[in-house]
Design a protein. Structure first.
Length: 133
């Protein structure tokens, strides 16, 4: 086996180009959606944000939370963001998605989880970690 140098690792990561989102048709919504391929910081941000919501939700709504976090445009830029005026678009989108059919949200969640390395049980682990703090 060959041990990579720091330079080889940097070249491999930066030479791949931008992350490309996954396009999913959602006829019920009237078209296609894009699901973000997250980088490591974005995945950490998702997990930290969920940890902040656990106390108020008791862990309910995780799949819709992930879907709201992962919806993006064709350039892999999140649709929902925290705005400069303090408005939290992610929370508003999450609240909307929580009312959608479980099967639709679950289908999008499963694809988002697969392309981003979100493992089964991550929601339980995040809930348990937050409960200890």
């Amino acid at each position: 086996e060959t041990m990579l140098t720091i330079e080889e690792i940097r070249d491999a990561v930066t030479g791949k180009g931008p992350l490309v989102p996954l396009c999913i048709p959602v006829p019920k919504w009237g078209g296609d959606i894009f699901v973000m391929r997250m980088n490591a910081d974005q995945l950490d941000g998702l997990q930290m944000a969920w940890g902040r919501h656990i106390e108020e939700t008791k862990g309910v709504g995780y799949r819709a939370f992930v879907v709201a976090w992962c919806l993006c445009d064709e350039n892999n830029q999140p649709l929902a963001r925290d705005r400069d005026d303090g408005e939290n678009e992610h929370t508003k989108l999450w609240d909307t998605l929580r009312g959608e059919s479980a099967s639709l949200i679950d289908g999008v969640y499963e694809r988002a989880a697969k392309i981003n390395g979100i493992m089964p049980g991550d929601d339980e682990a995040a809930t348990e970690a937050a409960a200890k703090n």
